[in-house]
Design a binder for this molecule. Structure first.
Ligand code: HEC
Length: 226
């Protein structure tokens, strides 16, 4: 029980620190940093573990920003009823998605998705679960308890990348979603295949439940949504 709480809170902490160090800010002035557009071009790809380990903050300091975080309106990142993801040729969505994933101009602060997620880095074990599922960052920033993949992308755009979410029916959102689902997530699952951080039995049960509910098989491009 205590162990679970410690593991949970240390994951939340890691998420905040990853975000903060990627944009070169201290969690203490978190909210003001996120709302301004930062410097372009001086952010290197990938957030090294070494950087994350050099955390000069006390426990009390780290608690502060969690309370002070400027929350985002969950309606901006949850798919509006009746809207649908753009449907296009999977191959061309994937190649467009690959380019967009590395595109800093998608953000207002020079960050691209790849800045944080190159080589399937920067994800928590929740990423292995079928969507929708609970993501710490979504609950922390938007009070959302369960989030779909396209919505998660809108969240990373809104918060760490400090920009407006994409249009829900846009080809761009569909392209990034397809690329993350087919390439990045696959890379993550392969990388974590032997990791004790992931409870594979739980994932297996969740996949089976999702298949039963939707009538669709896993890995058929259909597990990203609600
Ligand atoms: C500044 C760093 C940063 C950038 C830039 C960023 N993200 Fe993230 N992203 C994170 C962090 C940290 C998490 C882990 C959050 C958690 O699990 O609580 C995350 C989680 C995710 C997840 C997985 C959530 C889950 O567990 O299901 C997806 C998918 C994702 N990001 C996609 C993207 C995409 C696509 C982009 C570009 C549009 C992007 N991110 C840009 C930091 C970033």
């Amino acid at each position: 029980m205590w162990l679970q709480i410690v593991v949970k809170s240390s994951r939340a902490l890691l998420a905040i620190l990853t975000l903060c160090f990627a944009v070169g800010c201290s969690p203490l002035n978190f909210s003001s940093k996120w709302s301004t557009s930062g410097q372009k071009g001086d952010i290197k790809k990938g957030v090294s573990k070494e950087v994350m380990m050099q955390v000069p903050l006390t426990k009390e300091e780290v608690k502060e920003p969690v309370r002070e975080i400027e929350r985002i309106d969950k309606n901006k990142i949850l798919r509006p009823k009746g809207s649908r993801l753009y449907v296009g040729h999977r191959g061309s969505l994937l190649s467009q998605g690959e380019q967009l994933f590395e595109e800093p101009s998608l953000s207002s602060n020079g960050l691209s998705c790849a800045t944080c997620h190159i080589n399937a880095e920067g994800f928590m074990p929740s990423f292995a679960k079928p969507y929708p599922h609970h993501v710490e960052m979504a609950e922390m920033f938007a009070g959302v308890k369960s989030i779909a993949l396209d919505e998660m992308i809108q969240l990373c755009l809104s918060r760490p990348m400090a920009t407006r979410p994409l249009d829900w029916g846009s080809e761009k959102l569909a392209a990034i979603t397809a690329y993350v689902e087919d390439v990045v997530r696959k890379e993550y699952l392969e990388k974590m295949a032997n990791s004790p951080d992931i409870n594979w039995d739980e994932i297996e049960r969740a996949n089976a439940a999702k298949e039963k509910k939707t009538g669709k098989e896993r890995n058929t491009k259909s597990l990203w949504g609600r």
